[in-house]
Design a protein around this ligand. Sequence first.
Ligand code: SF4
Length: 344
Amino acid sequence: MTKNELIQLQKLPLEIKIVKSKKRIEEFYENKENPIISFSGGKDSTVLLDLVRNIYPDLKGIFVNTGLEFPEIINFIKNIKNIDIIYPKMKFKEVCNKYGYPVISKQISMGINRCKININKLYDELNNNKNEEKIIKYLIQIGLRINGGICPVSLKKQNPTISKKYYSLLFAPFKISERCCDIMKKNPLKQYAKENNIDGYYLGTMAEDSYLREKEYLKYGCNAWIKNLSTPIGFWTEKDIWDYIKKNNLNYSKIYDMGQIRTGCFVCHFGYLQSKDNRYKKIKTTHPKLYDFILNYFGMKEIIDFCDNLETIDNPFLKILNNVKNNTNNFEIINKEIKKYVNI
Ligand code: SF4
């Protein structure tokens, strides 16, 4: 699907969208043995649950309680029938201590994490063995992660790269990783699916939620067969969600009436810089105790402060990387550049 086709779909009246979504729901159901509704307790998920259960009233829902949900979401879910609640094996703090904090976005956290692995290897090499070949290899990996391009060794496209404004995260005094969602949400779901022979999920995500979700929707449409996922409201907009809720007089979590526009893990930094929702400030107003908990117990004060001041943090590594920048496919030039800065 092209971006233009998606825009046309997003412009359709709600009545037509409902008909289209229901068709996608049926199509997915007919091709699956044992699908389930992934339910988060948020407004999009509430609409999805209603749409699916209009056709299949007994279809089970699943909710992963990460321990990081607003109390209003937990209370709301308690009143919804036929929802299984599952839990991750690790707690948020354990995940952050072991693997790293989820910072800014999944892509950036992943890029920073991979890049830091190579920076650490590079430092080890510089301090110990000074093996020139390895030093160049690690620098190439770092350069590719930062500048993009084709890896001269594997000839594969390097992804994801890190935007310049986030380079300072490479020197953050805390660990950064994209793994939190996998450990806290995906793994418990995988385990549940295995134990209950689940072969498909309905999800209430929409293309307009984020760049990544739009990319996925353009690639797969509503039913991503290869991933066993159905996102039947993928082409809806936030306005459609509220119109549907009002039109059908649906109950929804009270969290929205308190001024929160975003649900999910209250502690999460993903999307914080891009969105202008002042997430943590809002939590300070609506849930002051929780706010204190986020900053102090979960240690997010350090992460928020650091990320709010990314541009002002000095980055000693940039000089080398900038010089490697345009030469990521040429070992000889890179070698020369590195020798200017590194005594090998
Ligand atoms: S939404 Fe954020 S805090 Fe929650 S599991 Fe995913 S990465 Fe972790």
